[in-house]
Design a protein around this ligand. Structure first.
Ligand code: UD1
Length: 349
């Protein structure tokens, strides 16, 4: 029998790609989302791509009764938890909303798991937990810090999961000792690209905050020009340098992490990155090539809170999960462009 995985935030960008990867890896998926930052149209696309009826319930992960219902109705064996707010800038102006949703949702889901004896959990963390890197590439044992509420929710999330694991090794909260909690904290670098079909991809609401979706909208003519935030960083061309990772590689990383939790005891915290680094202008050039369009840009001052450079040491994920990224920057741009040009206005056109 295939194990059933509950996927929260299931119709979001990374989760929708992970849905397909999990099915490909032999899991049954139950999706939950409240559509607060995604479209129901994603479900139609998933039906088409997987040739299966998506099992899905609309609910908010902070709704305890709704979570309880999900665990009663489905034979859930593990959870992959994506549901969270993710805009750094917005988190500084709406901290309560970020703590309520990101921490409240995590506690709600873990609480329901605890009550139902389900203890395999994959958590969407972020390279943001490394704060201002002291040394590159970033290894998982680098110092951790947060400079904004969004980052704090990721650090706290990881801490909550460590505490849950530690509690199991002494005594369980509320009695009988069952299986121990097993968690995988996945620290994503910069997810970009789209499914090769061009049917699912990133569809940010409003003006994109992140580089590649912004570039994509310039290429397709929805936005006039990119603002390059800073050309005076201590990097080869002066623009910010990041570790961009194809969302399909990232999705496969989740399937590998989940397989590990089913096959071996213990918990893991790993980087999901490529180990390669590209500047803003590298991305602009690669996207222009992939799309055949010129990407107009102008140099602006640095964006507050940005770091000069950030890339992963991906060794630990290879050792512990047997996973490494496969798709290069050209593929990231080609697949992003296919999605963007086939769906110029996103899912709800
Ligand atoms: C951002 C978040 C990070 C989060 C990640 C999720 C900030 C400060 N950080 O990472 O916490 O985990 O998204 O994907 O928001 N750039 C431009 N013009 C733009 C947009 C970006 O020049 O219009 C530059 C940035 O200065 C940076 C690079 O492109 O050098 C990547 O930016 P972005 O895609 O926003 O990702 P991060 O800042 O790395």
């Amino acid at each position: 029998m295939k194990p059933t995985v509950l996927l929260t935030g299931a119709t979001g960008y990374i989760a929708s790609h992970t849905w397909l990867a999990l099915q490909g890896a032999g899991f049954d998926v139950v999706g939950v989302d409240d559509f607060s930052n995604s479209s129901p149209e994603v479900l139609n696309r998933l039906r088409e791509l997987s040739d299966r009826e998506p099992v899905f319930e609309r609910a908010n992960v902070c709704d305890e009764a709704a979570m309880e219902g999900l665990f009663r109705r489905h034979p859930i064996a593990a959870v992959v938890h994506f549901a969270a707010f993710k805009a750094v800038g917005e988190s500084t102006t709406r901290p309560l909303a970020y703590y309520a949703n990101n921490i409240g949702g995590l506690l709600g889901v873990c609480g329901a798991m605890q009550r139902h004896g389900v203890k395999r959990f994959v958590f969407s963390s972020s390279a943001t937990v490394y704060g201002q890197p002291e040394r590159l590439p970033l290894r998982e044992d680098a110092p951790l810090s947060a400079t904004n509420p969004y980052g704090q929710t990721k650090l706290m999330g990881e801490q909550i999961l460590r505490d849950l694991g530690a509690a199991d090794s002494v005594a369980t909260e509320g009695g009988a000792r069952g299986a121990a909690w097993q968690t995988a904290c996945l620290r994503y670098f910069n997810p970009v690209g789209a499914h090769a079909s061009g049917r699912i991809g990133e569809d940010p609401r409003g003006v994109p905050n992140n580089l590649m979706p912004y570039v994509a909208q310039v290429a397709v003519g929805r936005l006039a020009r990119l603002s390059v935030y800073g050309r005076d960083y201590p990097t080869p061309d002066g623009t910010g340098v990041r570790d961009y990772i194809h969302v399909v590689d990232l999705a496969e990383g989740h399937a590998a992490a989940l397989r590990r939790l089913f096959e071996q005891a213990g918990s893991v915290t790993v980087n999901l990155g490529t180990g390669r680094s590209y500047s803003v202008l590298d991305v602009v050039a690669a996207y222009a090539k992939a799309s055949g369009r010129e990407i107009a840009y102008e140099v602006k001052p640095r964006r507050p809170g940005d770091i000069a450079a950030c890339w992963a040491d991906p060794t630990l994920a290879r050792e512990l999960l047997g996973w490494s990224s496969k798709l290069d920057l050209a593929r990231m741009c080609e697949d992003s462009w296919r999605w963007q040009s086939m769906n110029p206005k996103g899912f709800d056109a």
